[in-house]
Design a protein around this ligand. Structure first.
Ligand SMILES: Nc1ncnc2c1ncn2[C@@H]1O[C@H](COP(=O)(O)OP(=O)(O)OP(=O)(O)O)[C@@H](O)[C@H]1O
Length: 260
């Protein structure tokens, strides 16, 4: 594991190309005495074709980091790039298009439309955008996620794990440059959660996708290639080739509740 230092850039940038990066990323909420510094000058590189997990105590800035990297939230200072495109300073319309065309999202709540079949849910964002899915790619995604025999089912006819796999396929359908997953296993029991994580792993290993996942669960983080640890709005450490046990050990150092 690395030794925390000040003013360093976290990520695997020296090993592989970068899918997204942030420099001096700062986000403050509120003003005056009530200001909360959710992100405090974060420098990070998100490696292309890898699975990155973001961990840290509640309120450490994980969701804010994800939202700023994905162009879902504005920044107070600093810069964010998706590949070579600087997204900080973009207008709302441009950002909406960039998110639609280049980023995939998964959330804790699966956010599937109940009246649509799995197949229709998977292609909905592309249908709305008026884009035709690449059928070969879509078939590959559906087979990798094991959804072939579930395509005609509506969400209510699917288990939680299957619903999240549909949400995963929807995130992958447009072959985005980057997939952000915010607690994707938060609503699942451990078996269904492990299944979704192994499909995310397959998306990276077999389909060459790039995934950034926010999680509280050391077991989930153990499926990633790199864990970034946040505390008080800063990245304070990283761990390559993590295991659930090593991540848990590292988390105990943040969380007084875990200290014996
Ligand atoms: N819209 C907002 N308005 C004001 N403060 C906010 C807002 N969103 C987040 N914050 C504050 O910013 C800090 C970081 O929040 P964030 O949601 O990024 O943390 P987190 O690590 O994702 O937490 P959790 O694990 O509990 O989801 C917290 O102190 C939070 O209260």
């Amino acid at each position: 594991m690395s030794t925390p230092t000040t003013a360093r850039t976290y990520g695997l940038a020296s090993e592989v190309p970068v899918a997204a990066r942030a420099r001096g990323l700062t986000k403050a909420y509120g003003s005056g005495e009530t200001t909360v510094l959710a992100l405090d000058s974060v420098d990070v590189d998100i490696a292309r074709g890898r699975f990155t997990a973001v961990m840290g105590p509640s309120g450490s800035g994980k969701s804010t980091l994800m939202h700023c990297l994905a162009g879902l939230d504005t920044v107070s200072a600093g810069q964010v790039w998706l590949d070579e495109t600087e997204i900080t300073g973009m207008r709302d319309r441009e950002l909406t298009r960039l998110r639609r065309d280049r980023i995939g999202f998964m959330f804790q709540a699966f956010n599937l439309l109940p009246t649509l079949t799995a197949a229709e849910n998977i292609t909905l964002p592309m249908d709305i955008a008026g884009r035709k899915p690449d059928q070969k790619w879509l078939d590959q995604v559906i087979d990798t996620l094991g959804l072939r025999d579930r395509l005609k089912h509506r969400p209510a006819q699917l288990s939680g794990g299957q619903q999240q796999r549909v949400a995963c396929a929807r995130a992958l359908a447009s072959r985005p440059e980057l997939i952000f997953a915010d607690e994707p296993t938060g609503n699942l029991d451990s078996r269904a959660g492990a299944e979704v994580l192994s499909f995310l792993r397959d998306a990276v290993d077999q389909l060459d996708q790039t995934v950034v996942m926010v999680t509280h669960d050391p077991g989930a983080a153990g499926h990633s290639d790199l864990v970034l640890f946040l505390a008080d709005g800063r990245i304070v450490d990283e761990m390559a080739e993590p295991t659930a046990d090593l991540v848990l050990e590292r988390m105990k150092r943040f969380d007084p509740a875990h200290k014996s």
